[in-house]
Each structure stands twice: as C-alpha cells, then as structure tokens.
Design a protein around this ligand. Sequence first.
Ligand code: HEC
Length: 475
Amino acid sequence: MLLKSCHLSLAGLLVGAFSVSAAPAWKEAESVLKSRCYDCHNEKKMKGDVDLQQFAADPQIAKQFEVWIKVKDTVESGDMPPPKAHQMSDQEHGALLGWVNAELDHLAQSQSGDPGPVTMRRLTNAEYDNTVRDLTGHSYGLAQEFQTDGGGGEGFTNTGDVLFMSPAAIDKYFNAARKLADNATIMPGTGIVFHPNRIGLRGAEQLKAQAQQGLYVWYQQKAAPHLPKDDEPLREADYMLACWKHKQSQIPLDQLAKDMKLSIHFLNNWWNLVNSTEPKSRYLDLTRVAWRELPADEKSAHDRILAIEADLHSWNIPKRPGSGVQRQQQDSDGIRPYSVQAPVKDKPQVHFCVGDAGDGNKGDIALVTYIEVSIGKKKENYFHWLNKSLDEKRKLAAANPPPPNLDAIKARIAELEKFRTVYGKHPQGRQIEPSVIGLAAPTVLTVPMPEGAHGLKIEAVRVQDIGNTNGSGHR
Ligand code: HEC
C-alpha cells in the first residue's frame, strides 16, 4: 500500500516534469507494450510464462519487480520482441526502457538500506564454542553434542542457507545451556562466575553426600528393629561385665551373650571398643581405660563397672550445662597438648603453675607428658637427665675419700629425689606412664633446673575431671 502510493505520487511528479526531463510515463510505456508485446504475453497466450497484459492498469512495479527486471533485460539485450516479430521503433524502445529503468531505479533507491529477505542464521558449532569461551573464560566443548554443520557447495560451514535448525537441535541448545549453568555461581559481590568444573547442587560432591546419606538411611532402617528403643536401657554395665568375664575366663563372647541375654553384635562392638586405643579420645577413654584397669576380683570389678556406668550416664544429662555432645567435643579438644617455653638462664628452679579450666569444674587434671631442657647446644629429655644426674651424684657422694663439697651434693640429691617422686603419679591414683607427671589443678610444680640450663619446654595435656572418682588416665 505504501509502495503503491509512492509510485503514484512519483508518476504524478514525472508527468508534471515530462516536458523538461523526457522521463517516459507509464501510459506511454504501456502503449508500447500493448502494440509490441501483449500479442504473445497475455492471459491466454503466456509465452515464457509471462503475462504482461495483466499490468495494463497497474504495473505493480514493487510487487512484480522480478518480471520488470526480465522485461528490461530482454529488451535491452534485443531478445524481445523476438526477431521474427514486429520490431520496436527507437522511440518505442526508448519509451519502454526509459520507463522501466526509471521505475526500477526509483524502487531500488526507495528500498536502499533494506537488506531484502534475510536468511535465519545460527552460530556454527565452532562459533558457538568460541563464543561460550569468550563469554565465560573456559572451553567447555559443549558443541560436541550438536549435530555437525553441513557445508554449502562453496565449502564454508557458515553459509546461512545451510545452517539448518531442527527441534532436536533446539533441545541440544537447551541442554548445553543447562550444562553451562551448572558451572556457574552467583555470589554477592562477584556476580556470575564460571568455573571449570560443575558446582552446585548437581556437583560430584553433592552426589556423593547424597549417596552417603541414602546408604546411612538404608542401614538405619535395616538396623532399627535390632536397636534398643529410646526408653530401653542400654545395659552398659552388663556389656562391660561380659567383656570383663571374657577377658578373665576366656568364655567365648557368644556364650556370654546367650547366658546374659545380650546382643552378640553389641557385645562384639563393646569388646572392640574397650580394647581399642584408637581413635585417641578422652571421652572414650573414660570408659575403656577404666575398663582396662578393672580388678581381677569379680565383686570389686562389678562395683567399679557400676560406677563407670553411672559416670557414662552422668555425661548426657540435658539439665546439666556442658554435658553431652558439646562437653564431649571440648573434652576431645583437650587431648591436644599445651606447650610452654621459657628462658631459664641462671635460674635454679622453675615454677610451673597449673590453673583449672575456668569452667567452674574444680579438680581439673593436667598431665605433664614431656619436659625438655636446653643445655648448651643440646636439648635433653628432662626425665632422662634427672635419672642420669641422680646416679652420678649418688656415686660422687659415695666416693672414698668423700668429695670436699659433700654437703652441697647431698642437698642437691635430696632436691632431685624429691622431684623424682612426683613422676608416674596420678592425683586420683590412676595408672600413668612413669615418665608422666599427673597434677590436680590448681597447683604449682617446682622444677629444679640442671646446671647451665638456659631453656625449658613443658608439654602438658589438660584432662578435665568429670566425676569424683573416675577421672581418666591418659595414655
Ligand atoms: C511473437 C511472440 C512474442 C512477442 C511479440 C514478444 N515475445 Fe516475449 N517471449 C516470447 C517467447 C516465445 C518467449 C519464450 C522464450 C524462451 O523461453 O526462450 C518470450 C519470453 C519473454 C520473456 C521471459 C524471458 C525469460 O527470461 O523468462 C519476457 C520478459 C518477454 N518475453 C518480454 C517481452 C516483451 C517486453 C515484449 C514486447 C516488447 C515481448 N516479449 C514480445 C514471444 C514473444
């Protein structure tokens, strides 16, 4: 519609300008067609499939420009009218060609900037991968999943006409986009960041965790019927007693389980627990070390077992702050040794102060596991030095004739002997290594220094005492 009105106004203009410019009008051109062409190009006689007469009223130059280009070409080349037909005069020739050229030029100008029909283009596979790489900084090779690009006859894969699109290809584009999104994180501050590996909910780590969770639930469901109910007693004392009997009398565990109506699986677990030293855990040691130190006499062993059980139960009283899991955690933290270092040059003694943990639980216990002294360039185990030094000094004192400074030597021996006695003792009478010192906080340990010592390092483990009688020995 727009094009048509354009044409009409243009025609009007040309008519007005005719006398000046000689640009021929449609009327003139049409009369040439009528006399020279319609005979062979009408509705009935459509030579070369061309009906020119249909345009008599309106040449429809914009819509039918292809026909008019053919007219121009055939007339210009002299192909039309055919040689045997009546030829056009120069004036007719000029009128027809002049009109058709002017119209086509005008049409071309009015359409300039319009690229005409545009081929739907998509990226080639290589272009797709390169684009993703440029946008994300990583080469994901997502186009591997796409169908290969067909080449046009020219040998290029990026010819729009052969870059086909299909529903299956659209699906693949969606899949590629999802895969790409799996590699991205959106964080405050950083925005969207792409990573070389998949992350997020569908990452490998999450799948693993999910699988583990699934296994856990599966085992829990299988085990549930065999486990004691919430209100059922766990019979810790009975299991500990059965383990003790097995140790003392070699009665097989399954026999004991039968006799005492215990679960053989639990009993096996208990047996492994009380005998294991790993993992190092202050919490487990409260039970397993105490169990290992049970007396051989059944009556007293049983009494001790009841005390251990009572202790175990006292650990999980919800009303008691600090009991339960949190306390267990703090406690297992306690197995990390504390290390203290100090210069001790020219000091005959060093005082090592042990305070309680400050958590309101009196009677914390510290185990001094290692003392090291620096003498000259040597670092020496204090315990070894102490024993060696006592031997030497005793020999010196016993020598005949006695050394001139015998009194001083004797005083030193007394001092060292006194310190020697604190080794291997636990404030609650537990069994500990002979080279370890057990201390009940708060207290002060006075350590006699070797002659010429200039450095001291003390390693200690804080052990919280949770009951009146059942502090744990730490090994
Ligand atoms: C005597 C009959 C005759 C006359 C008169 C005649 N033509 Fe044709 N015209 C033909 C025939 C026959 C063909 C088909 C030729 C072919 O297919 O090779 C044809 C084909 C054409 C075609 C199509 C060419 C193509 O490439 O498809 C055009 C355009 C055309 N003529 C224009 C004209 C014009 C304009 C005139 C008048 C100036 C004219 N003809 C006069 C017989 C005629």
